[in-house]
Design a protein around this ligand. Structure first.
Ligand code: SF4
Length: 196
């Protein structure tokens, strides 16, 4: 049976899609079927109702996290509908994204998230377009990196907490360059551990 929601710690994670505009070298999907005991490969993407039913009362969790085994913002309409219900019921919403939603949807979709998303975590992954392309292999090629930065600049206008994340396989120098990029944008930098 497909896993549409899964619990990690106090948070509940939503698995909206397996699709992604990137093909990162370090993607967990290259080596694992899912997270912990959860198999996250989907036979069918869930409907809004299926996800809301499985969330139930969102205040039972520290946060509801759109993350998944793919890029959740590729299902923007569904994400917005679910987030709206979660907020209505008093829940807290985080989105983990590759930051390519504006490229994918061909317009600035970030204002649609205002009031619905408390935290957005954007994978920065690298300090330059060349390095990003070399490890993330985006369908948008070298344009992807600037697209991610522009997306982050839009996010700081409407989302209370914006985090840019990098994986700790980067050199200390590159991590500092990413920190400077995050500071310039007005976002926080988070250094994540590589999942091996
Ligand atoms: S952006 Fe995330 S889901 Fe997409 S390929 Fe990279 S690590 Fe995997």
């Amino acid at each position: 049976m497909d896993t549409y929601v899964y619990r990690l710690g106090d948070a509940l994670y939503i698995n909206l899609t397996n699709r992604c505009t990137n093909c990162c070298d370090f993607c967990i999907r290259n080596t694992y079927e899912g997270v912990g005991e959860y198999n996250l490969w989907l036979d069918k993407e869930p409907t809004v109702q299926e996800v809301l039913q499985q969330i139930g009362d969102p205040t039972r969790y520290s946060e509801i996290v759109f993350c998944g085994f793919g890029e959740p913002m590729m299902r923007l309409e569904e994400l917005i509908e679910i987030a709206r219900e979660v907020k209505k019921k008093g829940g807290r919403v985080r989105v983990n994204t590759n930051g390519q939603a504006n490229l994918y949807h061909g317009r600035n979709v970030v204002p649609l998230l205002e009031g619905l998303v408390d935290v957005i975590s954007i994978s920065l992954n690298a300090p330059t377009a060349e390095q990003y392309d070399a490890i993330c292999h985006s369908g948008y090629g070298k344009q992807a990196f600037e697209g991610v930065l522009q997306f982050a600049r839009e996010c700081v206008k409407v989302i209370p907490t914006v985090v840019l994340s990098v994986v700790d396989v980067l050199s200390p120098e590159d991590i500092e360059r990413c920190r400077a990029i995050a500071e310039d944008i007005g976002a926080q930098l988070k250094v994540r551990q590589m999942i091996k």
